[in-house]
Structure formats: C-alpha cells, structure tokens
Design a protein around this ligand. Sequence first.
Ligand code: SF4
Ligand code: SF4
Ligand code: SF4
Length: 339
Amino acid sequence: MKKELLPKISRRSFLKTSAGITAASGLTVLPMAKKAHGATSGGLATLIDLSLCDGCVDWEMPACVSSCKTINKDVIPEPVNPIPQPWPRKTIEDWSKKKDVFNRLTPYNYLYVQKADVETEDGKRTVFIPRRCMHCDNPACATICPFSANHKMKNGAVVIDYDLCFGGAKCRTVCPWAIPQRQSGVGVYLQVLPDFMGNGVMYKCDLCHERLAEGKLPGCVEACPRKALLIGPHREIFALAEERAKQMNGYIYGKTENGGTSTLYVSPVSFDLINKALIKKPGEPDMKPDVQRRMVKTDGPGRIVLASPILGAAAGLIGAFKWFSRGKGGTKGGEKDND
Ligand code: SF4
Ligand code: SF4
Ligand code: SF4
C-alpha cells in the first residue's frame, strides 16, 4: 500500500532524490508531519550512496555540511568564561573559538566528509564518506547515560536532551565511532556542582528530528546536489540499499555494525579497504566492518548509577532546573518516546 506524502515534499521531489531504481520500488517519504514520533512502525532510515557522493570538492564547504551547520548554528549557548576546571583534572573541551571547523566532528559540526584514497585491484580510487551519528537501533550511548539524557525515538533518531546532559562523555566512550562531541562550559552541570561533576554537554546529529516533525527533510538530505543521501521507511531503505549494492556489485555498511543501525552506506569499494585507507584521529571515525556493540553484558549501569545519593540528588536538581528553564524557553532537546 502506498504511503501518504509529506505536505511539503511531493512524491516527485522525493523520487528526484533517488536513482531510477527508487522510482521502480515506489519508495516514498512517510507522513512524518502527522506526528513527530510514532508515525512509523519501524522508524526511518538513511541511505548514503558513496557511488554518488563526490565530496562537493568544488565547493568551499560540502553542501550537506553547510546545511547542517546553518540549521544548528544556534544550538549551543555561549560558554561561561572562565570555564570551570573539572575535577579531578579532566580536560576542558572548548570549541567555541573554532566553530568554523568542518573537517572533523566537533560540537559545532555534526557532519563531515571523510576522504579515503583506496588501493583497489583496479588502481587507486578516491571515496568520499559523509560521517555523522548512525542512529543505531539499540544505542549503547543511550543505555549508558546516567541521566537518561539520550533516547532512541520511534522515528529512528537517537537524540540527546541537551537540558539533561552533564557532558560526562560515557556515550562517546561506548560509541564505536566516538561520535558525540563535548563542549565544556555550557549546560546544566553549571547549575549543580561544576567543580565536582560534569564537564559540559555532548552534541551530535539528531537526524533533524524537529524538521522531520514539520514535514521537512533533514538539512543534509535536502541540500545534497547529487542526491547521495536519502531518507525513508526503514524497510524500504534497507531494500533499496540491497538493490543498489547488487547493481554495483558493492557493499553495505551499517546493517549489522554495532548491533544494527538506521544508516546504511552502499559502496562499490569494500569497507574493509576504505577503513584501511582512512586516517583515524579524534573526531574522524574509522569504518571498521562488523564492529560489535559494546556493553552487551553491562547494559543498565547508567540507571544503577542513578541510585547513588549524589547523582540521585543531582538528577532531582536537574529536573527542577529543566522545568524552570523550559518555562523560559529552555534549550533544544529530544523527546523521550522510547519507553
Ligand atoms: S553527500 Fe552530497 S552534499 Fe555531501 S559531500 Fe557528498 S555530494 Fe556533497
Ligand atoms: S553512532 Fe554512536 S552516538 Fe550515534 S546512536 Fe550509535 S552509538 Fe550512539
Ligand atoms: S540529519 Fe540534520 S543534524 Fe544530522 S547531519 Fe543531517 S543536517 Fe546535520
């Protein structure tokens, strides 16, 4: 049965975002405008086709990255000055003077385009890889969070509630790609015990869930001139990824990695070769195939930690702060709808 169309995205414009094979499959965008969450049974997924992405090499900044930066430019408030020195001797991470950086992930840059010069049997081949949160199906980053500040929404987005996050970076530790990025000197920890607990807020791609709720495409998907990014119903995106991989005799990344994700890459070059060719640095994740989900045996410690008196009291304070700040139009955050 055909799905309804988004009010602001016609079937034609959506199909324009994909190759002919998509038209053949009848893939459409779900009626996300109906409801911000819960509009889908299996949620949404994204397809990133590396055979189409050219890295926007002639552009000053890749169009997808530029769009993401514009949409999210006001998310982070100005950090306090000076930023409290966290105890015991944790590192302050301050990107507020480097907001323009776009060649790696930062708290001000949720998406960047990696370049890999891959040695293949047919010679050297350059591959461009847009990287951001994979929106994993069972995200350890959400499970570990002591303050339940991170949630998988029913529409597939994994969203950090910036009002609740203490910046402890446990989410980054358990993420195989170390995606969330910290900005110190902002967030609720400043209202609690800034010298003893917390170190800022963790930021990452939220799948533009607020735009989805308004019936719009994520900024990066909308901006890509080569239609290398697609979003649609999970099942249909997965089927499309399989078809494209078959057509190009290629490979898929994200289907099984970290226990399964809502982001599939298709590539004519193997991800093993891509991973070997990548330069790995902080903020520049690897692409190791078959990476296992961490914490399989330890899920739940975050919630146990909440039982401790100090953190429990802090959580109460956060709740009060959140209620107070929301009354004044608090900062952007995610919805808890995954219960
Ligand atoms: S995904 Fe699209 S916008 Fe982004 S770098 Fe590739 S071609 Fe450019
Ligand atoms: S990619 Fe990392 S940050 Fe994103 S949902 Fe998965 S584990 Fe969490
Ligand atoms: S979905 Fe939105 S927040 Fe995520 S990378 Fe794309 S533009 Fe940025």
